[in-house]
Design a binder for this molecule. Structure first.
Ligand code: NAP
Length: 484
């Protein structure tokens, strides 16, 4: 049985006390405080960074042979699988996430480590034919100290998406989980030590971003920041990292379209639409929260969409049948309720939801709103809760224009039986990832990330390994008489 983590992981040791005070964890179901962990202050950050820099310089990880590094990472993945039920329980309790989803995410984290363990020995440079006498080759070298900052909505997968490629490519990593959800990140640190990741190569420092973020990001010994979170936080990080020319990758917010054409399998699209936006209680950067529906099928689609949404099981995250749990916090729910009130004030039609279904717990019923223009705040801003806005469209050109009428560009879906149109629209929609006739577009093997204000750089796939390395080019002259 895995212990509930109650300490920071610095230099291979557990710290039960830290200078940033404590982070109190509140159960989103009971609204009761149930646990706390220490919060790092600038002092622990200074220490963690110098430990990471030393661990990297000593090269006790980067110079480990790729095969041995892979062995450690496979061992870590195996430990995650062995402890998957405990980890899923922790995540579910901490985030309010349905247990089935939490289990899938934990196992997905293990798969991510396996994927990058398998990739280590196939990731290298090239030999290039150049005009001069000699040969030219490229090397991929680790950056050094990588800081991974992750959000609260998918704590474990976001941590693994960054830690796995960064470790695979030989960096020393400092993982900073969100203050609301530090537990599975700390547990990951403990399992990494058990698997044989050397002390200082992976450290986990929970702490308030507002207090330690700038110290972490601006630290001269840190080479790279891999961030997932809000667009405003990402913009701030970019500014703080700029003077030192740090490498930065940003996975930010979204307001993704779900485009349903009249020739689509409307039944399938309507059945899939609720979980595409209400999954993880709408706290999903990829949530298809702007549903765009072609006029001839508007009424029939809406009827099916609303009915399927009313059928979602909202309830206790530990119940295997639950599809939608509570929101993460009272504050997040209030923020979403303000958007619902704004939608009402601006003449939006609430087709379902809008209310708190239970007296206790940060629950909010899945909510569908139509009748608002695309320019309204509710249709433009990332609400990050269980709210879908629906907008009808007249033709393909209008669908694309509406899809692109947002500052974001993360994800989206197109539903149509016309293959040429699917390809045309998929290309025209300004998003980093897009799915056709499904709402699922995240695969470990494929790059994931956004355009526009959804950020830059890509998690997952081979691209992520490029993000954690520098590309060096070396030319070797062979003009010596003896060699020619
Ligand atoms: P957030 O407030 O931006 O926080 C994200 C992380 O940044 C947390 O660990 C936070 O720490 C830390 N942080 C806050 N201020 C910081 C600072 N000044 N310097 C350095 N770090 C700082 O985002 P969130 O509310 O946790 O997560 C929701 C957002 O994440 C949404 O916008 C969502 O779309 C986005 N997201 C994007 C993706 C993607 O792949 N594109 C995936 C998931 C989520 P504290 O918790 O201590 O404040």
């Amino acid at each position: 049985m895995l212990d509930v983590p109650n300490a920071l992981l610095i230099d291979g040791c557990w710290r039960k006390e830290a200078t940033g005070g404590t982070l109190a964890l509140v159960d989103p179901v009971t609204e009761q405080r149930w646990h706390q962990v220490p919060a790092a202050g600038p002092q622990e950050i200074e220490e963690a960074v110098s430990v990471a820099a030393r661990a990297f310089r000593k090269a006790d990880w980067a110079m480990v042979s790729p095969r041995d590094r892979a062995t450690v990472m496979y061992r870590l993945a195996a430990l995650i699988r062995e402890n998957a039920e405990d980890l899923a329980g922790l995540e579910s309790h901490n985030v309010g996430k349905p247990i089935g989803d939490a289990r899938d995410e934990i196992l997905g984290g293990a798969s991510c480590l396996e994927y990058y363990a398998g990739g280590i020995s196939r990731f290298g440079g090239e030999t290039l034919p150049v005009a001069a006498q000699g040969f030219d080759y490229t090397l991929r070298v680790p950056i050094g100290v990588v800081v991974a900052i992750v959000p609260w909505n998918f704590p474990f997968p976001m941590a693994c998406w960054k830690v796995a490629p960064a470790l695979a490519t030989g960096n020393a990593v400092i993982l900073k989980p969100a203050s609301l959800t530090p537990l599975t990140a700390l547990a990951l640190g403990g399992l990494a030590m058990e698997a044989g990741v050397p002390a200082g190569v992976l450290q986990v420092v929970a702490g308030r971003g507002s207090e330690i973020g700038d110290t972490l990001v601006a630290h001269p010994l840190v080479g790279k920041i891999a961030f997932t979170g809000e667009t405003a936080t990402g913009a701030h990080i970019l500014q703080v990292a700029a003077p030192d020319i740090k490498r930065v990758s940003l996975e930010l917010g979204g307001k993704s379209p779900n485009i349903i054409f009249a020739d689509a399998d409307v039944e399938a699209a309507a059945a899939a639409a609720p979980m595409a936006v209400f999954g993880n209680t709408g706290q999903d950067c990829c949530a298809r929260s702007r549903v765009l529906v072609e006029e001839p099928i508007y009424d029939s689609f809406m009827e099916a969409f609303v009915e399927a949404t009313r059928g979602l099981v909202v309830g206790d995250p530990l119940d295997e049948s639950t599809q939608v749990g509570p929101m993460i916090s009272a504050g997040q729910r209030e923020r979403v309720e303000q958007y619902i009130a704004l939608a009402r004030d601006e003449g939006g039609r609430l087709l379902c939801g809008g209310e708190r279904p239970f007296e206790t717990g940060y629950y909010l019923a899945p909510t569908i709103i139509d009748g608002l223009p695309s320019s309204s705040r509710v249709c433009q801003e990332e609400i990050f809760g269980p709210v879908a806005c629906v907008i009808p469209f007249h033709d393909e050109a209008e669908a694309v224009a509406l899809a692109n009428d947002t500052e974001y560009g993360l994800s989206g879906s197109v539903w149509t039986r016309d293959l040429t149109r699917a390809l045309r629209v998929a290309r025209a929609v300004e998003s980093g990832v897009l799915s056709v006739n499904t709402n699922s577009s995240v695969h470990l093997e494929a790059p994931f990330g956004g355009l526009k204000h959804s950020g830059f750089g890509r998690d997952l796939g081979r691209e992520a390994m490029c993000l954690y390395t520098e590309l060096k080019n070396i030319f070797v002259s062979v003009t010596d008489e003896d060699l020619t």
